[in-house]
Design a protein. Sequence first.
Length: 293
Amino acid sequence: MKVCRFDDDRVGLVRGDVIHDVTGVLAHLPAVPFPAPWGDPLIAGLASMRDTMERLADDAPRRAVGDVRLLSPVARPSKIIGTPANYRAHADEARQDPEMARYAAAQGRPIEEQGLFLKAVTALVGPSEGVSIKFPDRRTDHEAELGVVIGRQGVDIPQARALEYVAGYAVALDMVVRGPEDRSLRKSLDSFAVLGPWLVTPDELGDPQTLGFTLAVNGQVRQRANTRDMLLDVRRQIAWASTFYTLYPGDILMTGTCEGVGPVRPGDQMQVEFERIGAMRVGVRAWSRPDTR
Ligand code: MN
């Protein structure tokens, strides 16, 4: 099953190039108490609402995938967890790139010593919202990554059972401003976590460690790899993260990027494509002050 969120927070099932509007399923979500529990209610209810969604989809209004504004399939994660330097060739390029190496003494160390990092959840957007460049005089890089969405609460999850905690997979962009500040600050600007184009459930995706992927900027391929080249696989990342903190439904794991990271500027178009998930197009624009009235 492929689930998307689109336009004004509508929920869709994606079948081929068609989105079936199953927004009616939201009526089955529990009333929200105060305070709301951690995590994303739609993702938390996905397993139990799955049959309802499939049934609704058969008679639902249809839209072409290309005609909607795709939002992040997860609306309210409690955490966005990042894994650094999870592909050997990217770790090598980070050491050799003068700008990345100057600031990142830590990046020469193994992942287990660096640890995971967190991105602010307010950085999260979907592909239609695009990435905005807040500091045009500094280098803002793309990092194409497999996004893993947690489906149920867990702590100290055994590696052998880690994939049972996955609600689905999506394409992720871990955007970053290069520089001397702490990584969590430089990776948490508004729009610096892109997730899309939809969530693919594990039964449909199969093995998450056999996915070829590419990222192109303005049609030029810059990143190309396969998730089999991860140093820490998805199982180990989930298990490791859950030794530090409880994982909640909707938590997003950005599983690290491969070689070929590079800068983007306003006007650029990124296209990120993962086998068995799909492709998302993400525009880059200059930052402008949001209307906060
Ligand atoms: Mn990354």
